[in-house]
Design a protein around this ligand. Sequence first.
Ligand SMILES: *Cc1c(COP(=O)(O)O)cnc(C)c1O
Length: 234
Amino acid sequence: MLSYCVANETMIAENLKAVTQRISRSCEKSGRPADGVKLVCVAKEASLAEIEEVLALGVKDIGENRVQDALVKYRAIGGRAIWHLIGHLQTNKVRDAVGISSLIHSVDSLRLAEAIDREAKRAGKVQDILIQVNTSGQVSKFGISQDEVRLFFEKAVLYPNISILGLMTMAPEVEDPEETRPCFRSLRELRDELQNYQPSTMNYELSMGMTNDFEIAIEEGSTMVRIGRAIFDS
Ligand SMILES: *Cc1c(COP(=O)(O)O)cnc(C)c1O
């Protein structure tokens, strides 16, 4: 049904434009340059055709939360996108994850960091990663606890084939997005501590903010927002 397809296309283009505008507005509101926030388009619910559409609209960064899904899409799209693995990663999927991911956002154990280091070495690459932090204290959320971040960093930084680019967190789903602010603020404070403690020429990234809460996350310093539904949902 052509009319359906056309309507759908327009919808994604409109959604993307609206999201981009909201990102710029939040940057402006918090006195940050508009190019200080990268949009990672989360395609876990999207079809290949929908991903092709956002790529055609200028999106480069695609996020997937399952390695199996990422592989299928990678086979079709390959290097035309920059692939982000954002979901929980099991050690038995690390080889595939390293094979296709530009950035793995969800490193939450030393065992996983070690496995990534090993597979990256085998693949002849240095794998960029983020440390996932549980800033909400919810037991169901993945991520290391805030007081473990420093120790984790001290150990993980020694692996030669991983490069820690920053921190990632997920805020709990709440009715009032304002309630997510303390989580994002905590992650920023942890990042600032890290930045002081391990001075680096680069600024550590903050991967935080999703459909429900990305504006708050940007106000709190997010450098990467991971947005799915606001772009792909009709
Ligand atoms: C699904 C997902 C997102 C995107 O969530 P939306 O609410 O669709 O924007 C971001 N980060 C992670 C880790 C996810 O699993």
